[in-house]
Each structure stands twice: as C-alpha cells, then as structure tokens.
Design a protein around this ligand. Structure first.
Ligand code: CUA
Length: 170
C-alpha cells in the first residue's frame, strides 16, 4: 500500500515537473520576436546540402567495394550445401578448414529463412535463404572453433529453435 502511494506521488511529481518545463519552453520560444533572416537560413541550408551530399558520395565510394553480392566463388573454395526447412538446418559437410574461402550454397525447402553465422555472441555473416533458388554466401574463417547458425527470418512457430553448429578446424 505504502509502495503504491509513493509510486503515485512520484508520477504526480514527474507530471508537474514536465508541465512546468513545457510552460517554460513555450514562454521562452514565443517571447523573443527577433526578425528571421531568411537569406542567411537559405545560405546555411545550401551549405549543409553540399556537405551531406559530399558525405554520402564518400560513403558510397568507400563501401561499395565491400558489397557481398555478385562475387564469383573462387576455384579453391570449400563448398558447404546448406538446406533450410521448418525448423532445422542441414550443413554438408559440417566441418570447414580455417583460412580457406567457403561458399555456403543455401536453399530453402519451404519458406524464407535467414542464415546467420555467430561465434558466441559475435555476428559473423548472414544471407537470406529463399525457396527455389540458391543463394551463396562467401566467407573465409580466420579463427578455429565451433560456430553457431541461427535463423534470422521469422519462419513459423519453431523459428527460435532453428539452430545448428559447425566446426572450423586447421
Ligand atoms: Cu527459419 Cu526462422
């Protein structure tokens, strides 16, 4: 009972403080009647447009080379066939060599799934898995150990249980 009373009191105090702050802001924002220099604002906006466009073009130019799509599978790649189906993953083979490129050739037997690779809590790579079409994820592992595959696309009641593991060895 005392706890509930205190909670209500705190809620009233917060509401009063917010109302006071709002009144103060309203007062402060409507009191000053300085004329607005529209020419200066237009100049400012034009300069910022230039800066934003320059940043976006720089970002595009530096990151587009890392787009994982359209890359061809290297001839020395290990091929892992990934079969997705509600609610399990099948990886053949489930052991991968470290330092050699891997091509995960994924395909779904039913609905869309998300093939996501994790090492512990660290995200490594992912690709969308669709029915009737292979999608290939290229990745080179530099660390040995056990990796986890999680489904990253909601695919039905058993989605959360769609987990698998594979090993990367020397
Ligand atoms: Cu498969 Cu979520």
């Amino acid at each position: 009972m005392a706890g509930t009373d205190r909670t209500i009191l705190i809620a009233y105090a917060i509401a009063t403080a917010l109302a006071a702050l709002l009144t103060l802001l309203l007062f402060a924002s409507t009191r000053n009647k300085r004329p607005i220099d529209t020419h200066k604002i237009a100049e400012f906006e034009k300069r910022w447009l230039g800066i934003v466009v320059a940043i976006l073009v720089a970002l595009l130019a530096t990151t587009i080379w890392f787009t994982p799509y359209g890359k061809t599978t290297p001839s020395d790649a290990q091929v892992v066939a990934v079969n997705a189906q509600q609610f399990a993953w099948q990886l053949k083979p489930a052991t991968i060599r470290v330092g050699v490129p891997v091509a995960f050739v994924t395909r779904s037997q039913d609905v869309n799934h998300g093939f996501g690779i994790y090492k512990g809590h660290k995200f490594i790579a992912q690709i969308q898995v669709v029915p009737d079409r292979n999608s290939t994820l290229l990745h080179t592992f530099h660390e040995t150990g056990t990796y986890t595959v999680l489904c990253l696309e909601y695919c039905g009641v058993g989605h959360h249980g769609m987990v698998a593991t594979f090993r990367v060895t020397k």
